[in-house]
Design a protein around this ligand. Structure first.
Ligand code: MCA
Ligand code: AMP
Length: 479
């Protein structure tokens, strides 16, 4: 295990994790995660109730120490989606913070509360060797299974091997000159790659510190950057909110100006927000481009030229090509040690995702003469990026169609200054004289799938536009 987290193995007394007023040093984390790992050793997979807490970080590290794949669960996942993830991933137990109330779908699973052993109370197992008797798993062994939306059907579990995690974090060490002296601040959810792998496992692998805000706030960002944090990670929605706040908040401008690195990812950061932040702080946000299946592919380097509207160059170890180029634009395909191994239980989808050993990202891009990549769009119109979350139109349509007041449903994404895209539902009511309340449909989707998948707008129609084949013509649907 020492190969994943050297600072844990060395029992470093330096700070590792801070969530609000609770924190752990690397040595304390080694103790807490080490003793939890001992009880997980023979499990097939463990689910982690991924609230934005210290316990989630300890639970995931424990699973990695034990060599047991972890399945992080969004604690706001609705009934239908949670049932799917549990049936698909079949975890042996769920790790949760003490006192967390779990939904009925999880009651059939054994539960283990994550306890944080107190300072100075290191427990028995040696983190350098995982739990007693556990041999370090092979680099190809699965580390995490992260669920991600596709255009249709329920989310798929991307199986991320240990080598993908180390390859991506070490490529970012190189691109961002990331060291143990860095203190990261962020407020990203811990059930996706961005917040969990980059935002928690990244600082732990470097032997540095992460301070998690629990929930995003401008004040929290300013407070941490002015008291020692050196890096900020966020999705464009967060940087947009920062850009909006800057004119009236000199403290925020000063805090950002003092940061070593401001990194945005998960969706494109509009040039307007880039420029507003640069003008107010003298600092340029750098963008990196990744995907659940590939972890990080490209980035602007910390010592490179920042260029708004680009995601920089392929990071160390990653090969990138543009396929079927026309007018200089083609689909991004990537290969390298950063890639996932498969979609769990979905050999069909896994096969479709690859062209030989190249992974088809579905993102369309061009390249500047010096190689900087510019993402210009996406192949599938049925994928929506809202607040940095990827959401499939099909899964929302299926959920809406289950509502008794809905006869027909189509879902589209529309440009939104704050969220990048907002989800719009087009509904033909079962009874046109008594259409359902928009809030009811939103709440239905939030309860079945997840709150971030809820339509932000509902528009009623008498019929959906269809072509001669009967296929819905989504391009004809716009506000
Ligand atoms: C609202 N809420 C509801 C409902 N309406 N709950 C239940 N039913 C409803 N009808 C609740 C929400 O749960 C939430 O609760 C609160 O109201 C506000 O929700 P929302 O409006 O959705 O939040 P927001 O303000 O729009 O959130 C913006 C955000 C968020 C904070 C930027 O979108 C976010 O955290 N995005 C990060 C996405 C991300 O990490 N993506 C990485 C995947 P509460 O306030 O309690 O939460 S991409 C990736 O990993 C790749 C590798 C990459 O490249 O990075
Ligand atoms: P996800 O599947 O949720 O991991 O989201 C991955 C997708 O997010 C990619 O395929 C891109 O479409 C998008 N993405 C991530 N980072 C960026 C970025 N910096 N600029 C534009 N799009 C991005």
């Amino acid at each position: 295990m020492s190969s994943l987290f050297p600072a844990l193995a060395a029992r470093s007394p330096l700070p590792a994790l801070r969530f609000g007023d609770r924190s752990l040093t690397h040595a304390e984390l080694a103790a807490a995660a080490g003793s939890l790992a001992a009880g997980l050793a023979d499990m097939r997979r463990v689910a982690v109730w991924a609230t934005p807490t210290l316990e989630t970080a300890v639970g995931v590290v424990a699973a990695l120490l034990a060599g047991v794949p972890a399945v992080p669960l969004n604690p706001k996942t609705g009934e239908r989606e949670l049932a799917h993830i549990l049936a698909d991933s079949a975890p042996s137990l769920v790790l949760a913070e003490p006192g967390a109330e779990l939904p009925p779908a999880l009651s059939a699973l054994p539960r283990t509360d994550v306890e944080l052993t107190g300072p100075g109370a290191p427990s028995v197992p040696e983190p350098s060797s995982g739990a007693p008797g556990v041999i370090e798993p092979s680099p190809e062994a699965p580390a995490l299974i992260v669920y991600t939306s596709g255009t249709t059907g329920p989310p798929k579990g991307a199986v991320l091997p240990r080598r993908a995690v180390t390859a991506t974090l070490d490529a970012l060490e190189d691109a961002w000159l990331w060291t143990a002296d860095d203190v990261l601040v962020h407020a990203l959810p811990l059930f996706h790659v961005h917040g969990l792998i980059l935002g928690i496992l990244g600082p732990l692998r470097r032997g540095g510190e992460v301070r998690h805000l629990g929930r995003f706030s401008i004040d929290g960002v300013a407070r941490e950057l002015e008291s020692g944090a050196t890096m900020l990670f966020g999705v464009p929605t967060m940087y947009h909110r920062i850009a909006e706040a800057l004119p009236g908040d000199p403290r925020l401008a000063k805090a950002l100006a003092g940061a070593r690195l401001l990194v945005s990812g998960s969706a494109a950061l509009p040039v307007h927000d880039h420029e507003r932040i640069a003008a107010a702080t003298g600092r340029r946000v750098i963008e990196r481009y990744g995907m659940t299946e590939t972890l990080m592919n490209t980035s602007v380097r910390a010592d490179g030229e920042p260029r708004a509207g680009t995601v920089g160059l392929p990071v160390k170890g990653v090969e990138l090509r543009l396929v079927d180029e026309s007018d200089g634009i083609g689909e991004i395909q990537v290969r390298g040690p950063n890639l996932f191994t498969e979609y769990l239980n979905r050999p069909d989808a896994t096969a479709d995702a690859f062209d030989g050993d190249w992974f088809r990202t579905g993102d369309m891009a061009s390249r500047d003469p010096d190689g900087y990549v510019r993402i210009v769009g996406r192949k599938a119109t049925d994928l929506i990026k809202s607040g940095g979350y990827k959401i499939g139109a099909g899964e929302i349509e299926n959920a809406l169609l289950e509502h008794p007041a809905v006869r027909e449903a189509a879902v589209t994404g529309e440009p939104d200054a704050d969220l990048g895209e907002r989800i719009v539902a087009w509904i033909v009511p079962a009874d046109p004289s008594r259409p359902p309340a928009p809030e009811e449909l939103s709440a239905h989707v939030a309860a079945q799938l997840a709150p971030h998948k809820r339509p932000r707008e509902v528009r009623f129609l008498e019929a959906l536009p269809r072509n001669d084949m009967g296929k819905i013509m989504k391009r004809a649907l716009h506000g």
